[in-house]
Write a protein that binds this ligand. Sequence first.
Ligand code: SAH
Length: 223
Amino acid sequence: MSQIGRNHQGIGMTSQRTRDRLIDRLRQQGIDNEQVLEVMSHVPRHIFVDEALAHRAYEDTALPIGYGQTISQPYIVAQMTQLLLESGVPSSVLEIGTGCGYQTAILASIFPQVYSVERIEALYLQARQRLAELEFYNVQLRHTDGTAGWPNLSYHFDRIIMTAACTEIPEALAAQLKPGGVMVLPFDDGHDQTMMKITRSPEGLVSESLEKVVFVPLLPGLE
Ligand code: SAH
């Protein structure tokens, strides 16, 4: 997994001290998975946003990444990652919505195998370059519509995370979840968005509604 080089560590508003303050804040908000906190204290979020926004990278807010999309709020990244890890560290995870690649980098610092898809080509290309620069070698990215899941249908995943809000759970995606596997996603019922944790049990999919959230919508097709 990636060793973050000295030239990516940052200074001033992008320094280790600034990142540590964000970690304190995440703890206060109830993030208690030490592995998640440790990884988030090292992965440089400022590398994943435009240089003009780098000084705001360690605020606990979503930020624009272009193309009408946003990098998720750090608390949400931490919370979703923590939910994926509730029953140990599984080997594979599929992410729908690579965006800038920050959540992908957090996953790749924890999971042995990370797969991530993005529908906007420019974001996919940028994330690919950033993740390579930071030497994440355990990540496979694709420019594809994630409502159809990972393009190789014979692949199945221990965990699936969706970082855009869906109005129904894509069937093809749910079909790629292993038995006992867990999927975490923002669900939009037309009024509110709610974080859902869905488990594939022997009886079928079991869903649990968690907190209210705000995500950009899951959209069909490619850009
Ligand atoms: N984890 C990302 C979140 C970006 S916002 C980050 O922190 O940067 C959600 C992303 O999902 C956007 O980049 C959007 O283009 C992408 N997306 C939306 N619908 C999609 C789909 N059907 N397939 C793949 N990606 C999708």
